[in-house]
Write a protein that binds this ligand. Structure first.
Ligand code: ADP
Ligand code: MG
Length: 308
């Protein structure tokens, strides 16, 4: 292979968003404290943490709605905070955003809501725009809702309209702030999985803010856990089961029920529980006790973290 082709391949592989040492204060109050992370292409990258931990501020910094005080935000190697305005504009057109609460225009039909970015950023003729609108509406399973108004559709459908509008310009990057807010758990999961599917299909780098434990487990392909504006833990939804980070476990496995579920899942992942073994056998297994003992240690040594 020619050297240049090889270089191009490498560039393709490394497409992603990387944030380095991002800090942001409002007045005297520091909200983000030197956060670094990598968001991978074709994956759903979650930013999680309790309300007020800085998720929205971080996303707004990442898309340039807030200026960072310090740090870099690299979109495929290009640092947004250092970009001239013209370059920023071009980058913004490659960013799709699903806002908290969908943020649809109530006075516009579903079709006009989704067409809005095309009216703003393209010079396409009407037919081409409508064809594209229909294509994305179909993708989010909302065929034939074109003429409805937001007030006439359900909460889950509003989110789908928001997703259709966010992807209508075929963005490389997709940002979603709490895409599940206000939805029941079942509808939430459908929306989560739709975002995950679309992310893979369109090979986007998707960043999702969430405090929803179901989302973390279902679509946490990469997870950044923020605690009071700091990176407390990074990993994925498999690693979270084994994590001994106390702050993380208090957040994710908040109830005793979930802590038990975590222990069971850990035994399952380690192959100690499977369909052919009954619980009596499992409890006799020395490795079970080793793992459980590990848990007790976790409780009595709160400072033991697997990653800081
Ligand atoms: N525009 C702003 N001006 C001042 N403080 C803000 C602003 N936006 C957010 N904050 C503060 O930043 C902190 C983190 O907020 P936010 O990022 O919205 O949290 P999360 O999205 O994790 O719930 C909060 O204490 C909030 O009050
Ligand atoms: Mg928020």
């Amino acid at each position: 292979m020619h050297f240049l082709q090889l270089a191009a391949c490498n560039l393709q592989l490394s497409t992603m968003i990387e944030i380095k040492n991002v800090s942001k204060s409002f007045g005297d109050i520091q909200i983000l404290k030197g956060v670094s992370a990598v968001m991978e292409t074709g994956k759903t990258n979650l930013i999680i943490g309790i309300s007020g931990s800085g998720k929205t501020v971080l996303q707004k910094c990442m898309v340039g709605l807030f200026e960072v005080d310090e740090g870099e935000i690299l979109f495929d190697g290009n640092n947004l905070p250092a970009m001239p305005e013209e370059e920023r504009k071009q980058l913004r057109q490659q960013i799709g955003m699903l806002f908290q609460g969908s943020a649809l225009f109530d006075s516009m039909t579903v079709e006009r809501n989704v067409k809005f970015p095309l009216d703003m950023f393209t010079k396409w003729d009407h037919k081409k725009k409508i064809d594209r609108v229909n294509e994305v509406l179909e993708r989010v399973n909302l065929k034939d809702t074109n003429k409805k108004f937001p007030a006439e559709v359900s909460g889950g459908m509003k989110k789908r309209v928001g997703i259709a509008r966010a992807i209508v310009l075929n963005p490389k990057y997709l940002f979603c702030d709490e895409p599940n807010s206000g939805l029941d758990p079942q509808t939430s999961m459908v929306i989560d999985l739709l975002i995950k599917e679309i992310t893979k299909e369109y090979n986007m780098t998707t960043v999702i803010n969430s405090h929803d434990m179901n989302s973390v487990m279902e679509i946490g392909q990469t997870i950044l856990y923020l605690y009071q504006g700091e990176k407390e833990w990074v990993g994925n939804n498999k690693e979270i089961i084994f994590s001994k980070n106390q702050k993380l476990n208090e957040f994710i496995f908040a109830s005793e029920f979930l802590r038990d579920a975590k222990d069971m899942r850990m035994l399952e992942e380690k192959g100690i529980i499977d369909n052919d073994r009954n619980m009596e056998e499992v409890m006799k297994d020395p490795e079970t006790h080793l793992l459980m003992g590990d848990n007790e240690k976790r409780e009595s040594h709160p400072d033991r973290d697997d990653e800081k």
